[in-house]
Design a binder for this molecule. Structure first.
Ligand code: COA
Ligand code: ZN
Length: 316
């Protein structure tokens, strides 16, 4: 798997972003089958769970078992969301490769989501980085910093680019290994995406910047092409377009992993993903919960007649 060439890194977030608003518990074994299938389809990074209090989101009561199962896939980058220091401690104990911290640019959303002021979240991030630095080099997880509501907020509406940059700078100064610009509620358009990403890239230096779009208003893949124009190489997406924040009114699904991989592949960009295997992964996952509503055009329409994917060309 590690020999796979990738121009673009797609990261599955459905097991976290998708399931966090889903009221029915997906059996742990089904989560692990989903992870295994999607990893075998060529997705190299999967956010497998969220280290939040199980009382708050019971869907993640099996976070330990899911991480332990996912970590058996040696070349898979196993990541998990953390909202605070306690979440980081849980992830470190399990040996998770990457911790995805979340802070909202919108001060109101931050308060609703993690019950503290944005500045307090920034302080907590510093404490997490300090904790990681106490570990031996080989045991240190990467620490990603997600800027939630960076492209709009259902409480505050428009978010100023200067605020996004300010938050990015604080997280970079504290030691973030990656900045993820998130359109949590699907407000973004391609022009805005360009403006915000360029501003963040300008301060990020060598630290990778990723994009996390929701397709709430049908602009998700258009925003991806705007991000590609800016040079972004890391994209979050979810199988079947599951997704949404429980603490952001009106939030809905992430961009659809299958459609994203098809579009990138058709553009000649290597994702390392076998589209047929990805569609089979979706099919298997859809059987797990009968009340899961899946989205996505590729699954409906199928691959174009005569389509030769870059994956097949690479394998040939
Ligand atoms: N994992 C497990 N338990 C945790 C925890 C974590 N990451 N963080 C806190 N707790 C426990 C505490 O130990 C405490 O337990 P106790 O009642 O048995 O003593 C309890 O939860 C309350 O702790 P507190 O620090 O007061 O948390 P809080 O109630 O202020 O909630 C967050 C703060 C950050 C934990 C919570 O708001 C949260 O998880 N938010 C994330 C929401 C989310 O997932 N949004 C979508 C993704 S962006
Ligand atoms: Zn999201």
């Amino acid at each position: 798997m590690s020999s796979i060439q990738r121009d673009i890194i797609v990261r599955e977030v459905g097991l976290r972003d998708g399931l966090q608003i889903h009221p029915t518990f997906m059996p742990t074994a089904d989560k692990l089958t989903w992870i295994q299938n999607e990893f075998q389809a060529g997705v190299g990074e999967i956010e497998v769970t969220s280290f939040v209090p199980p009382k708050l989101i019971p869907q993640f009561a099996d976070a330990t078992e899911v991480c332990q199962g996912a970590l058996k896939h040696k070349d898979l980058v196993v990541s998990a969301l953390i909202p605070n220091l306690k979440g980081a401690q849980r992830g470190i104990e399990l040996g998770v490769r990457k911790l995805n911290y979340v802070v909202s640019v919108s001060k109101t959303h931050n308060l609703k989501n993690v019950r503290r002021e944005r500045d307090a979240s920034m302080q907590d991030f510093k404490a997490i980085v300090d904790l990681i630095k106490t570990l031996p080099q080989t045991q240190r997880p990467l620490i990603g910093a997600g800027l939630s509501t960076a492209l709009g907020c259902s409480y505050e509406g428009k978010i100023a680019v200067t605020e996004v940059v300010l938050c990015a700078e604080q997280l970079l100064d504290a030691g973030a290994d990656e900045i993820v610009v998130c359109d949590t509620v699907g407000y973004a358009d391609p022009a805005q995406t360009r403006a915000v990403l360029k501003a963040v890239l300008a301060v990020a230096g060598r630290v990778p910047v990723a994009a996390h779009f929701h397709d709430t208003r049908g602009t998700g893949l258009a925003n991806v092409t705007a991000a590609l124009d800016c040079g972004i190489q890391y994209f979050d997406a979810s199988l079947g377009g599951l997704g949404g924040c429980p603490f952001a009114p009106g939030a809905s699904g992430n961009i659809v992993m299958e459609d994203l991989c098809f579009m990138l592949d058709a553009m000649g960009l290597k994702t390392g993903v076998n589209l047929d295997a990805l569609l089979s992964t979706r099919e298997a996952m859809s059987k797990s919960l009968s009340d899961l509503k899946l989205y996505g055009q590729l699954a409906k329409a199928g691959l174009p007649n005569g389509f030769v994917s870059t994956y097949q060309a690479q394998a040939a």
